[in-house]
Design a protein around this ligand. Structure first.
Ligand code: EPU
Length: 448
């Protein structure tokens, strides 16, 4: 991390209103860059987001041999004529979750992959056991050396893989592995998030044969060779939904240009159920309030359910609804870390280790605090906040904008990983928000 540590100083409350252009999706571009490395020739991407996470991903690609050009604004031309190392550098691997996605290009093209433990948000244990056991099943030799997975293979073979849970990145990883494997790979209980479908579509453009069957199954017929391809990165439905939520929390009115209804069906349904309003047209989605918010009992789930990443800002939204709401988080076991600080701001929220709201999930009786009861409406007041992870950080920022008085947020680099120029974006919507340099890492931490 660079020596510079930024703080955001927010003065609230403000209603957010105006327009935001939704950039390309963080969680799509990184996987497609990894997929492009399965072929030696050039791929081209447009609508590439300008965020820190993509910068880290590009550093990982470059360290393995990718040569980049940016022919136009937000476009990238990438070519990996030769893979120059089979090892993802540990310092880069720690900075996001991409390293494990390098298994397929490294193994297929060099016969070996050394992948250190990944970083990313602290929202649960986040193991990569599904990925590793799939590669084992496809014939790779796996060892663990100095905290890194070392895989060797002289050719992966297709097989039947049933995922214990529909993991997004494991499904994407196996799609990539299967594309160049010998024979057919079946991925059952696969994730079907729009970002996963983008990987399948991009691989198909590269020359892969991938069928999407009903009931969460992909069938990948291995081909001998893939080519480069051209692709526009899908709009970021996490950015769209979370800024839409910010508009609703503050009683504002924001148009999210390029937001796509088809990627946000369950989000939009839930907004409607609690009394929020939206209007959809061919250019995007406008979020606004024209009445009071109602409480709800809901749970997060894999696609097509309500995404886990939409949950933290929705908690703030439900602090503004009249009555008691319940949220059961079923995707990540530790995704309510931001709640303590919201409580300091005046929110009435209790976290439980039981499955509240009906469904018994994987976290039942394991002691994970994964259900929340929220009572509203609450009047929020500004305070000093330390950001724990990306979506939680954006959540705290929304709370600060809606709260009375000044809030100081440290750990802003977490938000910068996934949101473009967030302070400028929110200022343009009317928020009073300034970025300033905190004196040093130490004082920034002490400020929290
Ligand atoms: N899991 C395992 N073993 C594995 C893989 C996953 O137990 O080998 C478990 C996880 O611990 C979790 C569940 O399966 O409980 C789902 O994890 P998944 O693999 O689907 O998540 P991911 O691929 O690591 C991506 C996004 C997340 C998003 C989730 C769910 C990227 C880089 N990250 O994570 O986005 O929340 O899918 O949709 O694509 C974010 O952008 O802020 C973010 C956290």
């Amino acid at each position: 991390m660079s020596g510079r540590v930024d703080q955001l100083v927010v003065n609230g409350p403000t209603r957010l209103s105006g327009e935001v252009v939704v950039p390309g999706a963080k969680n799509s571009v990184s996987k497609l860059l990894a997929a492009s490395m399965l072929a030696p020739d050039t791929s081209e991407f447009s609508n590439v987001p300008r965020i820190e996470d993509t910068a880290v991903t590009l550093d990982i690609c470059k360290s393995l041999g990718t040569v980049l050009e940016a022919p136009r604004d937000r476009s990238l031309r990438v070519a990996t004529n030769a893979i120059i190392s089979s090892e993802v550098p540990a310092d880069l691997a720690r900075q996001n979750r991409l390293s494990v996605m390098m298994l397929a290009p490294l193994l297929h093209r060099t016969g070996m992959a050394v992948v250190p433990g990944a970083g990313g948000d602290r929202i649960g244990v986040r193991p990569v056991d599904f990925h590793i056991s799939a590669y084992r099943k496809m014939g790779a030799d796996v060892e663990i050396q100095d905290d890194a997975y070392v895989l060797r293979s002289d050719g992966l073979s297709g097989c039947e893989i049933e995922l214990p849970y529909p993991s997004v990145s494991a499904t994407e990883n196996i799609l990539m592995a299967g594309a160049l494997a010998e024979g057919r790979t079946y991925i059952r209980n696969a994730a079907i998030e729009p970002e996963v479908i983008e990987v399948a579509l991009f691989l198909q453009k590269m020359g892969a044969i991938i069928e999407h069957k009903v009931e969460r199954t992909f069938v990948v017929e291995g081909v001998g060779k893939l080519n480069g391809a051209v692709h526009e990165i899908m709009p970021d439905r996490l950015v769209a939904a979370t800024i839409g939520t910010a508009a609703l929390v503050t009683g504002g009115d924001v148009f999210l240009r390029h937001a796509r209804q088809r990627d946000m069906l369950s989000f939009l349904n839930t907004v409607r159920k609690i009394g929020g309003s939206f209007q959809i047209d061919s250019e995007g989605i406008r979020f606004f309030r024209d009445g009071p918010l109602r409480p709800i009992a809901m749970e997060t789930s894999v696609h097509p359910g309500f995404m886990t990443d939409w949950q933290p800002p929705f908690v703030v939204l439900l602090t503004q609804a009249s009555g008691m709401s319940v949220i059961h988080e079923t995707v990540f076991e530790d995704r309510f870390g931001f709640v303590e600080q919201l409580k300091e701001m005046g929110a009435d929220i209790e976290i439980y280790d039981t499955c509240l709201g009906g469904t018994r999930c994987r976290f039942a009786e394991k002691g994970y605090r994964h259900s929340a009861v929220i009572r509203g409406p609450a009047r929020l007041r500004g305070t000093d906040l330390e950001i724990p992870d990306l979506r939680a950080g954006f959540t705290q920022l929304i709370a600060a904008i809606a709260a009375d008085g000044e809030s100081r947020l440290t750990g802003v680099e977490q938000i910068d990983r996934g949101y473009e120029d967030i302070d400028e974006t929110l200022r343009a919507l009317g928020a009073s928000i300034e970025r300033c340099e905190a004196a040093s890492d130490k004082s920034a931490l002490q400020a929290s």
